[in-house]
Ligand binder design. Sequence first.
Ligand SMILES: Nc1ncnc2c1ncn2[C@@H]1O[C@H](COP(=O)(O)OP(=O)(O)OP(=O)(O)O)[C@@H](O)[C@H]1O
Length: 341
Amino acid sequence: MTDIDITTPEPISEAELVFEGALRPKSLDEFVGQAKVRGQLQLLLQAAGIQGRTADHILLAGPPGLGKTTLAMIVAHESGKPLRMSSGPAIQHAGDLAAVLSSLVPGEVLFIDEIHRMARSAEEMLYLAMEDFRIDIMVGKGAGATSVPLDLAPFTLVGATTRSGMLPNPLRDRFGFTAHLEFYADSELEQVLHRAARMLDFDIDREGLAEIAGRSRGTPRIANRLLRRVRDYVLVHGGDADLAAVKAALTLYDVDELGLDRLDRAVMDIMLTRFGGGPVGLNTLAVSVGEEAETIESVVEPFLVRIGLITRTPRGRVATPQAFAHFGVANPQGSFLPGVL
Ligand SMILES: Nc1ncnc2c1ncn2[C@@H]1O[C@H](COP(=O)(O)OP(=O)(O)OP(=O)(O)O)[C@@H](O)[C@H]1O
């Protein structure tokens, strides 16, 4: 495993998906953090329950690994309804979507991950389905083609996206509620880790948990993954699972105190040394580090902005004085203050 793998917010193996499944909170009460979103969802589900109808459609927006799939599962669980899972890339034709929609049972929760990557023709079918629980199916070809309306069972759509800006307005407007998931505070990640350690029967002390939380990029998926690597380390080397063991394990995996990975460091290096701190355009940055602009925009940038290493300006991305200080690079705009972070 490389350092890119370990702090990437996407799942990295089948084994990890199984592991995640076991650790997923099953109810809103067990779900740590995102207090505002939790309260909003609770109200929405309770109101639907009182009126005996399906809950409004829900859009979950935010960077990967913050709990969108988990929340979709919780919505189904709390409504006492089955969950059907699909994803944008799997829906490449309107027919793919029609097959899913026409087989839903009443009240079912349909989760579409990466909904911004669905085919355009399917999007249009979804508008009508979301609004009227109905779709039009085209029968025949050419001049003789006719559209046959098909009634659907009422359902709740839960869409997840890392790029809510890429959703067409007519689709976005049809969601009754959009939840913007935020990165987690370190104290919240400590709770996630505490719960996971208990479930894994792994005896690790508070300081150790706090250290893992601080290096997890505000992301529960990464926190749980780092916990597993520390558990491996203690298993192999013996001794207590304490701060020293955590530091040794995470140094081995090249995860620094801020949780930066190789791609983050590559982006910062290019900005600081080649462009003197910027402004640098997104595409220039992506080409310079050999990555997709989408990955830079939805995965790398939000975290670097959040920890204060870069800012977004109308002219491009700009490194902050803290970034120069953290990487020990002289700031052409001002004085060099090592260790400010
Ligand atoms: N609030 C939370 N409390 C406890 N565990 C959480 C929370 N949010 C996420 N997790 C854990 O983090 C892991 C990743 O969560 P999840 O798969 O829901 O993320 P996601 O946002 O759907 O990511 P992606 O969009 O990449 O699928 C799971 O193991 C889940 O148990």
